[in-house]
Write a protein that binds this ligand. Structure first.
Ligand code: SF4
Length: 336
């Protein structure tokens, strides 16, 4: 990869958990409960190249959506950096910061919640482009009509409100709104998860078509491994805030290295054989409030050794373009 479009550099995100009623009451009575910390993202590094599709997978609560929001500039890291073409986005200001912010857009799962119910569709799509003067005012109407067509929408429906569209059409409105500001990367957070299977396929085809025509890159955050396999060039697997494995899609699916990836991929159906989701990994997902020491996966890992309980495994190169974080790779004979 030449200069990456986006570099996620050792990004960590922690949240203070809001105390529950019992803790608030106890504090009023003099007990001093320390606020609990959610370890959502833990020192994650990942690169996304120009026009590349990177799939980010993991079970619910693993931190993948938080990471997506940080990449899109909707949330800030507690530590670490996001670089756009090598430039630290946190250090950019004024016009430059606005330019970078427009280059990364996000598409959400909930198509109704992500659209203003009081705005007509045309206004929803044009608002950011108008505000940021993406094109001269005299060209704005033509520009918006063009992105609507690119997203598969009829410009004659611009006066309708969000609730007058189907779920698939609302997702197309979200896509058109993103396209209107000429992004280079689109973060898709479970962007097809709430759609019917046939509509999912249409929206995925639209993503791929836009990639082809506009050179768009995607960070595709999903729990649906079948979809991720279908569209991604590379895949990163997250577990409790850490990336445990990453590599080119076909190599990773053909020969998963990390025991967690192996458990996830076992018997996962393809996109054309639906109900694609995670193969249940045995054992409870530990709480991100108190992740297990050492390798976070050790309480569920059939290969856990003493070392795994106290020493976090580093994400190391295991083959060209492939990385995995498992102590088994240091053992004679490698991983299982
Ligand atoms: Fe299992 Fe240890 Fe590898 Fe973690 S480091 S995945 S516990 S073998």
């Amino acid at each position: 990869m030449t200069q990456p479009l986006i570099t996620i550099d050792s990004v960590t995100r922690q949240f203070a958990k809001t105390p529950d009623l019992a803790a608030k009451l106890a504090n009023r009575l003099g007990a001093h409960f320390e606020p609990q910390v959610v370890h959502a993202v833990d020192s994650v590094s990942l690169k996304i190249g120009e026009g590349e599709v990177v799939g980010l997978v993991g079970e619910s609560g693993c931190g993948k959506s938080t990471l997506g929001r940080i990449v899109a500039g909707i949330d800030n890291p507690t530590s670490g950096r996001i670089l756009y073409r090598g430039e630290d986005v946190a250090r950019a200001n004024g016009q430059r910061a606005r330019h970078i912010a427009l280059k990364v857009q996000m598409i959400f799962q909930d198509t109704l919640d992500s659209l203003n119910p009081r705005f007509r569709m045309g206004q929803t799509v044009r608002e950011a482009a108008r505000f940021h003067k993406v094109v001269p005012d005299s060209e704005l109407d033509a520009h918006i009509d063009n992105v609507l067509v690119q997203a598969g929408l009829d410009p004659r429906t611009k006066s309708r409100f969000a609730h007058q569209f189907s779920g698939g059409q609302r997702q197309r409105i979200g896509i058109a709104r993103a396209l209107a500001v000429n992004p280079e990367l689109v973060v898709c957070d479970e962007a097809v998860a709430s759609l019917d299977v046939s509509i999912q396929a249409q929206i995925i085809n639209l993503f791929m078509d836009l990639r082809e025509r506009l050179g768009l890159a995607y960070l595709f955050v999903s729990h649906d491994i079948g979809v991720v396999r279908h569209i991604s060039d590379r895949v990163a697997v997250m577990y409790l805030g850490r990336i445990v494995e990453q590599g080119p899609t076909e190599a990773l699916f053909a020969d998963p290295n990390h025991p967690y990836t192996q458990a996830l991929l076992r018997e996962v159906p393809r996109l054309d054989n639906r109900h694609a989701s995670f193969n249940p990994v045995s054992g409870e997902i530990p709480s991100p409030l108190s992740p297990p020491s050492g390798c976070h996966f050790h309480p569920r890992c059939p290969f856990a050794m003493d070392r795994c309980r106290f020493e976090p495994p580093a994400l190391k190169e295991i083959a060209p373009g492939r990385k995995s974080a498992c102590h088994l790779n240091d053992e004679p004979g490698g991983s299982m």
